[in-house]
Ligand binder design. Structure first.
Ligand code: NDP
Length: 314
């Protein structure tokens, strides 16, 4: 049985750069934010090693350390950071009710959603074991570490095509592993890939295993027409088979596109429900960077503050 235990002015769901930035702004505006971290406190950056593209860290910083700093900064101004997962919401008929861990119900004057997205993985044991040790789901984050080296990337959508061309500028050679005999990517991106000299496309190919003990040394690929297996020596293995926004609990409550990304009014963080705001990767399938997530987190807090003021709630 669930019971309503408290009402808060500003509830933030998610603890990546978007959530913590929203918390910093909301706390400094005296909105007494309560932030629930979700199951992966700190979000996707906690599974990255060096972050070198976040402004303000000239020497770079480890992803987990950066997120710890975000959290400390949010707490310094009074954010109540709690470990817990939002498992259901009810935004119907003017309500802003959120259930945490299937048992605790909280109501809020304003809700900021920053639940992020999760990279999709192939599901191989070796891929998981070498994650962060040569296996990455973000070329923009990690490509630099493979400068002058040979890498492989799996996927054939716009992300894979874009990341393959990005990697080709840094790396000696990029092998693109495509499971069918055609790509899903837009024609212009396909053309770009095909006309890049140091990208080799392996059609009808599936990844059987990522090779290496302590770091990536190669990838075993199977041609799904001939059954032939080939080992390709690479030091980096990039997975670009799509992301999934963590928005399942908002289905039927908030407007989203057909892939689950929350839709906000252009130039704002406003969802279709008054008082509910969305930021970060949960509402962004294009940029997906820590700095853009932080930027939209700031927008969400400012939008929430203005909403509360207009309603006479703040
Ligand atoms: P997509 O879902 O479009 O593509 C995923 C790709 O990964 C597909 O080619 C799919 O193969 C492949 N794939 C999926 N699972 C596996 C698997 N287990 N093994 C091997 N391959 C697999 O995701 P994207 O991230 O590329 O794009 C998401 C959306 O964002 C799209 O709408 C895209 O257009 C958009 N986008 C736009 C950009 C831009 O405009 N600049 C940049 C990046 C993304 P298959 O084709 O066989 O199903």
């Amino acid at each position: 049985m669930s019971e309503t235990i408290e009402h808060v002015k500003c509830l933030i769901i998610g603890s990546g750069p978007a959530g913590y930035t929203a918390a910093i702004y909301a706390a400094r505006a005296d909105m007494s934010p309560v932030l629930y971290t979700g199951l992966q406190p700190g979000g996707q950056l906690t599974i990255t090693n060096d972050v070198e593209n976040y402004p303000g860290y000239p020497e770079g910083i480890q992803g987990p350390a950066m997120m710890e700093d975000f959290k400390k900064q949010a707490e310094r101004f009074g954010t109540d950071v709690r470990f817990g997962l939002a498992t259901a919401v009810d935004f119907q008929n003017g309500k802003h009710k959120v259930t945490i861990d299937n048992k605790t119900e909280i109501t809020a004057d304003s809700v900021i959603i920053s639940t992020g997205a999760s990279a999709k993985w192939l599901g191989l044991e070796s891929e998981q074991r070498l994650n962060g040790f040569g296996v990455s789901a973000c070329a923009v984050c990690d490509g630099f570490f493979y400068k002058g080296q040979e890498v492989a990337i799996v996927g054939a959508g716009d992300t894979a095509a874009e990341e393959a061309t990005y990697l080709a500028k840094l790396c000696k050679k990029v092998t693109m592993i495509v499971r069918r005999d055609e790509m899903r990517a837009s024609k212009v991106m396909q053309h770009r890939v095909e006309s890049t000299e140091n990208i080799e496309i392996l059609w009808n190919s599936e990844t059987v295993e990522v090779l290496g003990e302590k770091g990536v040394e190669g990838v075993r690929v199977k041609n799904n027409q001939t059954g032939e297996e080939t080992d390709i020596p690479v030091t980096g293995f990039f997975v670009a088979i799509g992301h999934k926004p963590n928005t399942d609990i908002f289905k039927g409550q908030l407007d989203m596109d057909n892939t689950g990304y929350l839709q906000v009014k252009p130039g704002s963080s406003k969802t279709n429900i008054e008082g509910v705001f969305a930021c970060g990767d949960a509402a962004d399938k294009v940029y997906r960077q820590a700095v853009t997530a932080a930027g939209t987190g700031c927008m969400a807090a400012l939008d929430a503050e203005r909403y509360l003021s207009a309603k006479g709630l703040h």
